[in-house]
Design a protein around this ligand. Sequence first.
Ligand code: BGC
Length: 409
Amino acid sequence: MAEKRFPSGFKWGAATASYQVEGGIENNDWAEAAREGKVPPCGRACEHYERYEEDFDIAKSLGHNCHRLSIEWARIEPVEGRFDEREIEHYRKVLLALRARGLEPFITIWHFTLPLWFSRSGGFEREDAPRIFARYCAYVTGKLEDLCVHFSTMNEPMVFVSNGWARGTWPPFKKWPGIEYASITTSGRTINPQSKLGFGNIIRYVSVMHRLVRAHNAAYDAIKKMCPDAEVGIVKQVILYQANANPINWILAWVMNRFWTYYFMSRVIAKCDVVGLNYYLHKKFGDRRVYDKTDMDWDVFPEGICTALMMLKRYKKPVYVSEAGVADAEDRIRAGYIRSTVKCIHFAIENGVDVRGYMYWSLLDNYEWASGFGPRFGLVEIDYSTQERRIRESAYVYKGICEGNALID
Ligand code: BGC
């Protein structure tokens, strides 16, 4: 048995996102979509808005030393340009609760959901969206920087634009003609029949993608102007495209990696102090291997994170694995998935990638977007009828790794 030891100070923890766990949010685009019957309702979710201390006690008891959370834009800026100090106060209490338990906070300033005033007026289709976004990001960072060092402006911009303007499964439900046959991301299982189909959406897709680039870059500048010491990055989902020996498949994989990962990253990397990697999905063109499946029907292939991390090496920035995890209600594969992920992170570090932490997705079972509350990603199971928390066995396997700062392989 070999011990794979991690650098001292390595961060171990789990991640959540505001809308998926907090509950009681009615003034964003997802809540509106739920009222219109386009996505499942989120309701009280895990009541994490009220129960965060209990949840952080659990994280601490599981050996975590960090936690990734997001700020709900609709709470902070419920009306355009008007910021709610009481909600800032709430998040300050949340950060204090983390720090009191020795959990280093990592904030994602925006994780998919938009305040209604913004989405109804066009959201990221608005020409001035980068300015609006940067103002919000700078405001949040200015109010919280004394309690937190690590900030990411946005989570998975390519997933956001692809589900919203290509697959039509997420707000604003716009899709490309023929997209059913060209599944480029796999969050959410069904194509929403109410989504608007049109060629114009291809143009909108490209322009929203570029506006997200500009929004991140503008936010970085605005934050740095106000808080030069804040560490600012972006969270990027890498879908790993690979191929068998067939040259056509090889070209396909090459193109898709450029399209999905490098195109966006190369446009924001100059304004990233660090990079957050979310890894879930891979696609190997020409591959006949039959994979075990998660409850999301995604291939179980944690090893792909090795290559995903090596892909980020070219940017020469510190990397946090800001998400990697499985939907696994029976807790059948989670422990093995975590161990493989950790082993790959260790391999990447040994091969020159400056990985500084791993945040398992997710601390709690939660609202899995268009798939509702069905999929269970949590280290902690939630009984939604009683809000009872139950720690899964796999969480203790992860605890051993976190506490030992090592994997015994
Ligand atoms: C997102 C999370 C989501 C998870 C599992 C990531 O795409 O950041 O919000 O729940 O993957 O699908």
